[in-house]
Design a binder for this molecule. Sequence first.
Ligand code: ADP
Length: 734
Amino acid sequence: MVSILPVGILAFWQHQTAVNNEFSVVENQHKVIARNLAIALDRYATDLRSAFQLTTDNLQNTNKIKGLEWHLSELYFQHVCSIDATGKIKRLQCALACPQGQQFPETVLAALEDTLRAATDDPGTIQLSGITHNPEQQPAFYLVRKMADGNTAIGEISTQYFVELQRAVAFGEKGHAAIVDNVGRVIAHPRQDWMNSMKDLSGISVVQKMIAGENGVTRFYSPAVKADMVAGFNVVPAVGWGVMVPQPQAEIFQHAQSISKAALTIAILGIFAATFLSWWISGILSKPMQLMADAAQSVAQGDLASKVHLSSELRPIEIRRLEKSFNRMIDDVGRKNTVLVNLAHEAISSSSHKSAFISSLNHELRTPMNSVLGFAQMLEMNDEEPLTEKQKSAIEHILRNGNHLLELIDQMIELNEIEAGTLPLNMEDIPARDVFNESLYLIRARADQDEVSIIDRTGDEDLPLLFTDSTRLIQVLLNLMSNGVKYNRKDGVVALSCEQLPEHMLRISITDNGIGIPAEQQDSLFQPFERLGHELSQIDGTGIGLSITRQIVEMLGGQIGFESSEGKGSTFWVDIPMSVKQASVQKTVKASDSAASNNEDQHESGPDRTVLYIEDNPDSLHLVEAIIGQFGNIRLITAENATVGYDLSTSQKPDLILMDINLPGMNGIQALNRLQQTRETKDIPVIAITSNTLPKDIEAGLKAGFTAYITKPIKVSEFIQTIDQTLNNAGKLG
Ligand code: ADP
């Protein structure tokens, strides 16, 4: 396609050039032919004059030159004679023909009137007449000379020589030569009738030019051929005759056209050849490219065995090199992929090892911590044997450090879950008010302890619905508010406020007027285990809270940020997505602090109850024994494993079963199933007491049918409350 335009232009240019060339060649040729004819005629005229002079001289002599007749015939003389003033023929030399009678024809003498006068005016010279008719009505020329004896010599010449000369020049279909006399009458011409009638062509431009004595080339309209002609023309100088060589311009165009047609044909063939060649070459190039593209796609889809195999057809060296490089690249990709897959497997297995390790560490730490913290709490709560101040302080230390250790374990597990992407989220539409109330309620106890006020500035008006995991968001707000409390002073203030942002986000801000964060430390704020210089301070902390908080906020589709000024306080804000369903949000009643209940009030005295505790760890057994001992009306029976526990359940039919989950042999869940399937035991409430604290474990436990799920280390007051409540419910049901 690209080649069509230049080839088209080339073809047009070629046509124009062919026409121009053809004209210039033809014009040159015709000019040369015309000149050569003129030279030949000039020569002829000279020969005629010489022969006429010789003959006329000879007529006066008595010694006649022999062979003159033949010589004259060769020059197409009819005859040469001398006549007297009356026209009577005095002497005669015949050549091709002899005149009829003694008297020279009057008609001819009349036609030669001008020539005769010229001869008389200049005796001795030879005058040439124009073309005229002889007595036989044939076109002829006459040479006239006034002789010394007073007679006039006249030679008649036929136009045969001109006709032969003219006939020798014929080319093309209508190309020809024409000869006119000095006044433009036809001497020789392809049209016989014009010759016979000595047609006067003096009206034609080219003839006029010749009469004017010009030589050259011209274009003109020919009435004879009825066409535009191009002609070379030349004057015969000695006699004033004109010779022209005309040819119809159409013939020249035709010739040029046939040349340009040939050029166009070659150009079109060239386009076809180029098209075929480019199709062939593109086949050679594109087929391998297509194969490589297919192979690349297969590789992208994971088939690393796919290779490019080009046939041994003619292929450029670059393509063959590309094939080799491509296959080498696939090999490399395959090798690297294997390495990466192995690394990924290693990473996955090391990550799952890490998770398993953390999970078992959690379990292993919680079991002894259960005893340590449980007994410490028991000592603290033992009103019968009050502790000395020193002992109280020691117990406080044990509890504080133990709880710190637990917090650290909890956060490490959470961090691990977030990193492993296994932290479950339960996204739902929830009123912001509910989240705020719950968070405010939970933080107040801690704030009261530290003598810091919590202010709710979220306003009384309807707050939007959030689309979030409420438990996780509460965790986030609690962490930020507890930091506001922790890193504060006595009588400090922590305020919760919110504002709606565009893009359906609610900005929740927690502002404290505490110690603030130095500007140079602010960049490392969200780094895990970064406590910004509080490692050795009295303020509890692990340095993981903000790191977890940020990751949870991002998982909830939000963002976290802060502003802080050292010595003045900080504002932490989180942007949380709002629900698209902002229907009427029910105003919920703010949770009141009075919801917190006193454990001791929960002890309800009632009928004697039996509680079975199935636990393989003796320390845990002792702890629960000590706690249950506080209930005056509860008989505690224990079992070291689930099988014994099951037997005791069926035989003793306890009111409540407390069960560890990680038991030797039958585990707690299996034991629960068995109890549920046994008629005597299926209605007994079973509470799990376990170190399996992962959310997935808790969920699985509750699903299995445990009435409650208590995690170790036991919080004694909560534990007592749960047992009390369960026994009461069981009593009511029973
Ligand atoms: P932790 O409180 O357990 O040390 P965090 O990750 O919650 O860990 O916080 C990291 C550190 O950021 C804290 O140790 C403390 O130095 C600083 N920090 C966090 N919140 C505040 C705040 N409201 N005011 C001053 N410092 C803060």
